[in-house]
Structure formats: structure tokens, C-alpha cells
Write a protein that binds this ligand. Structure first.
Ligand SMILES: C[S@@+](CC[C@H](N)C(=O)[O-])C[C@H]1O[C@@H](n2cnc3c(N)ncnc32)[C@H](O)[C@@H]1O
Length: 250
């Protein structure tokens, strides 16, 4: 089993089911999540989920048996909607989550700022934590998620890979009672509606009032929010892509 990944090795590794120790060693390579030239982002992420030991399809299928899909108009009452918030149940797992290589690329941009703490707002299965552990092993990761089965699976993998610096927590981020902790970098990918995102952005600014902190915002929601509310007028993106922005908060 190779511990140094070469281009295309993801296919091989996924076939051979590496041992827990081998994966722990692979994760120590800071380039582990970089996309090999010519490879497909989603395909690489799918293989990586398997290599890392995730059982995401199984969890998502179970959720879909119990809860209404996000696109469903079923009024029969046989299935309930997940606690009234948008959990994207029924969405393909590779669309629900940010590809590993994209997270890697965002962190490359922020590498010069040497982040020591990273928080994911609506963390899914905790992919952001895995990439962080590989690139910034000294940093800590906290992922906040409302779907318990997802966060349990994320914590199972963190434990299996002995990543004590990574933790998933249960939280309903839309509640006024939830205050995000101070951190150097926040990650937000389509966790909720514009009002909840406005609430979170306000809180992130306020808990980091006198310190440098960044937000990686994936999706096309952030620019309209920055434009609409005057309180965010001073925020200018540090970097920008087709469907993402990296903002410096204060
Ligand atoms: C699009 S996924 C992104 C997952 C992960 N951040 C990533 O990029 O791979 C958004 C996640 O936010 C969670 N979520 C939605 N509303 C939430 C809320 N009010 N509180 C906590 N989590 C929430 C959903 O369950 C979902 O897992």
C-alpha cells in the first residue's frame, strides 16, 4: 500500500481499503486533498469518502426513509420535515458536501494567516475538519450540525483517525440562543436562509470584534446579503471565485 499518493492513486486506494494506520499516515501528507491534474473533483471526493471509511450513502438513505426530501411536496403526512429547517435530505451526498479539493484550495489561500481554529457553520459530515487536520495539524476544528446522524458519523471518523483536535457538535444555528465561538476561520455552505445567515454574520463579527477572522462562504447567497444590509458595507471580499467568497470580517 503506497503512503505517498501519486496521481490517480485514489482509485487504487479505494479498491484496497487501507487500514486505519495507513489512513492516519496518508492524512499527514499536507497535499493529500489536492486534486491531481486532470482528475474529477466529485469522483476524487467520492473515492476519498470511501478511503476514509465514511458510510454517507447509508446514513442519507436512512434519513430519506424517515424524513421528507427537500424537494418533496408530499402532503400524505407519512414522513415529517426535519425540524422545520433546510437539511437538504435527498440531495446527492457529493452535492450536499463541498469537494475535498475545494476546501484544500480555500485553505491554501488562507495559509499565510496560519489559522489556529476553524468552525464549520452547518458542517454535514465534517469534511472541512479532515482537510484542516491534514493541512494545519496544530489547529482545532468545531463543526456545528443539526442532523444528529450526520454529526455522529463525522465524530466516528474523527475518532477512528485519532483526530482529537476535531469535534462535531449538535446545534440549531438559527436559534438566537446559539452563539458561535471565536475562531480564525469560519466555513459556510448553504446552511440556511438569508435571515439566519445575516444573524450568524452579525454574531461572527461581534465575537471577533477586535481580532482578525475570515469567512469562507460557498454559494451565491453572500453577495446579496452584503449588499442588502448596510451593517456589512465595510466587508470586502479578500478573494473571490465563481460561487464563493473569502471575507475578512472586521
Ligand atoms: C450544504 S451542507 C454543507 C456541509 C458542509 N459544510 C460542507 O460544505 O461539506 C449544509 C448543512 O447545514 C446543516 N444545517 C441546515 N440548517 C441548520 C441549522 N439551523 N443548524 C445547524 N445545521 C444546519 C444541514 O443539515 C447540512 O448538513
Amino acid at each position: 500500500m503506497p503512503t505517498t499518493l501519486l496521481r490517480g492513486d485514489y482509485e487504487e486506494l479505494a479498491k484496497h481499503r487501507p487500514s486505519q494506520n495507513q489512513i492516519i499516515q496518508l492524512l499527514k501528507q499536507p497535499d493529500f486533498f489536492r486534486l491531481p491534474r486532470g482528475a474529477s473533483s466529485r469522483n476524487q471526493s467520492k473515492r476519498l469518502d470511501k478511503i476514509l471509511g465514511f458510510k454517507i450513502s447509508k446514513v442519507e438513505q436512512k434519513l430519506l426513509k424517515k424524513y421528507k426530501a427537500y424537494y418533496s411536496f408530499d402532503q400524505s403526512g407519512r414522513k415529517q420535515k426535519y425540524q422545520g429547517c433546510e437539511t437538504w435530505i435527498g440531495l446527492h451526498p457529493q452535492v450536499l458536501q463541498t469537494p475535498y479539493n475545494e476546501i484544500f484550495d480555500f485553505f491554501e489561500i488562507l495559509r499565510v494567516h496560519n489559522p489556529k481554529s476553524i468552525v464549520d457553520i452547518g458542517a454535514g459530515y465534517g469534511r472541512v475538519g479532515l482537510v484542516m487536520a491534514s493541512m494545519f495539524p496544530e489547529a482545532t476544528f468545531s463543526g456545528y450540525e443539526i442532523v444528529e446522524k450526520r454529526l455522529e458519523e463525522g465524530n466516528r471518523i474523527f475518532e477512528r483517525l485519532e483526530l482529537e483536535q476535531c469535534q462535531m457538535h449538535y446545534a440549531d444555528l438559527s436559534k438566537e440562543s446559539f452563539t458561535p465561538p471565536q475562531a480564525d476561520v469560519y466555513f459556510i455552505y448553504d446552511f440556511s436562509d438569508p435571515l439566519d445567515i445575516r444573524k450568524i454574520l452579525r454574531q461572527l463579527r461581534s465575537v471577533n470584534e477586535n481580532r482578525k477572522a475570515f469567512v469562507i462562504a460557498k454559494g451565491e447567497f453572500i453577495q446579496p446579503i452584503l449588499k442588502k444590509y448596510p451593517e456589512f458595507k465595510s466587508i470586502v471580499p479578500l478573494a473571490k471565485g465563481k460561487s464563493w467568497d473569502i471575507l475578512q470580517l472586521n
